[in-house]
Design a protein around this ligand. Sequence first.
Ligand code: NI
Length: 180
Amino acid sequence: MAIRTLLRFGNETLVTASKPVVSFNTKMLEDLVNDLTDTMHQFNGVGIAAPQIGVPLRVIVFGFETNPRYPHAKPVPYTVLINPEIECLNNEAYEDWEGCLSLTGIRGLVTRYKNIRYRGYDLSGNLIEREVSGFHAKLLQHEVDHLNGVLFPSRIKNLKYFGFEDEMIEWRKTIGEKLD
Ligand code: NI
């Protein structure tokens, strides 16, 4: 178990699609998940994807009870999800401020699907399938984007709503109120 270095926006691995996992129940996979979990916790993340620590495999880890970076978000159960797939359930949109451990201190307003179904596998290869909405759904879309080499800035419709969090803190609140 170890805290790994996070790759930052601009690194080629972050904009490259990751490969599916083919073998479950391996030491390599277990070590990877432990490192992802430790690194996510160290940097107060709500989720993390393997390419963010330089491993181009389709593995994500997410979940939190409370999180200082997203104080209003409802808890999401700690989950290891391998080879995840997402299906949107309807066209209802969810607009929220998004951040990323690979772009520390930066936030952008992103529109995601509000209601999704996702499925994938745990470390032993058991199927996990859930229907979720809101922050949980947004989180999954963000992490699966990482596995496809997509970072949240490319999802921002209006770059006016993209920047350093501490510069935007006051006027961002007024937008947040409109969103609630
Ligand atoms: Ni991210």
